[in-house]
Design a protein around this ligand. Structure first.
Ligand code: BMA
Length: 325
């Protein structure tokens, strides 16, 4: 194995990259694929309708792009979450040909186990001719899927559902883009039934930010890992920051990092179909060890893995400033 170059940053690193990254590329695919990247992640048991708390193997729902530039989602499973991936032999969740919203594919799934419904809710980007929009689907076993349908009109993406209700309402983070130059902020919306969404609030203001994996419940609040996009003369750079939301009222932002904590540094993050992108859609907390595995797309061309300690992330975010009122 070639020795991977050391990260160039001199800052203390919260995330450790898996030394043999990337863990999956299109070359691993059992059928023709142009690239694979941006995977949702969870732990589930094959063929068993079991709650997330029951553990099980790692399931990735991987974005696969074909040579038309259209994406679908395919399941990859691994016992240790790192090696020996078993990949479905055909697309597991393909665009619905009868749905105009999915004409140009389905992208970037985020998976949330919703205990009271005993099912996984998948928030994904449906690429319609009018632009990207947020759609929801559900599954109990990652074998059969059914759609709840589009829930946010274009342009909107980077959505994930919270695992439990607040009062009697579900909550969802998403990233609408309005016309003009008012920016792309992270929003929070509520719904009584997961279909009809309203009571919209801006959570994080910025020129261009979006949620990365789904919010993670911790004793100190909902931990958010989000990406910030910087446009440079050489293209976009996608880097990650942390934020913390109040546990009972996720409209309250408690902390937000003003420095990025993870950025494209390695060759598989800096060079690919889209250079300079790290894009996590899933993270898995091992509640016993406190370790988190973060699955992220590298340069829109592979799936890579990094790990962090939950206690380190919380210590870091605790020291971040509280947003100005
Ligand atoms: C974002 C999303 C991601 C992609 C990233 C970089 O807007 O579309 O799927 O990884 O751009 O191209």
């Amino acid at each position: 194995m070639n020795q991977a170059p050391k990260p160039i940053s001199a800052y203390a690193e919260l995330f450790q990259r898996y030394p043999e990254n990337p863990i999956l590329t299109a070359r691993d695919w059992p059928y023709p694929a142009h690239t694979i990247f941006n995977a949702g992640a969870c732990q589930a048991r094959e063929g068993v309708l079991a709650p997330a708390s029951a553990g099980g193997e790692t399931v990735l729902l991987v974005r696969v792009e074909d040579r038309r530039g259209h994406s679908h989602l395919t399941v990859a499973r691994s016992v240790d979450g790192v090696t020996n991936w078993r990949i479905d032999s055909k697309p597991s969740f393909a665009p619905d040909p009868s749905s105009a919203e999915e004409t140009w594919g389905v992208e970037d799934p985020r998976l949330t186990w919703v205990e009271e419904r005993s099912e996984w809710i998948i928030a994904y980007t449906a690429y319609s001719p009018s632009g990207p929009m947020v759609s929801l689907a559900r599954t109990k076993d990652f074998t059969s899927f059914s759609r709840l349908g589009p829930v946010m009109p274009p342009e909107d993406k980077d959505a994930a559902i919270f695992p439990r209700r607040f009062g009697n309402r579900y909550a969802m983070i998403h990233r609408p883009v309005s016309g003009g130059s008012s920016g792309a902020h992270i929003w929070l919306s509520f719904s009584p039934d997961m279909i009809h969404w309203g009571d919209h609030h801006i959570l994080l203001h910025a020129r261009h930010v979006g949620l990365s994996p789904p919010p993670l419940e911790t004793p100190e609040g909902w931990l958010l890992l989000y990406h910030g996009v910087r446009q440079t003369p050489g293209g976009c750079l996608y880097r990650l920051g942390l934020s913390l939301l109040d546990l009972e009222d996720p409209r309250r932002v408690l902390r937000r990092s003003d420095e990025w904590i993870f950025a494209p540094e390695m060759p598989y993050e800096r060079q690919g179909d889209v250079n300079g992108v790290v894009f996590p859609c899933g993270w898995i907390l091992d509640k016993t060890s406190g370790d988190i595995r973060i699955y992220y797309g590298g340069a829109d061309s592979c799936v890579a893995l990094a790990s962090a300690r939950l206690s380190d992330l919380l210590e870091h975010v605790r020291r971040c400033p509280a947003p100005r009122p």
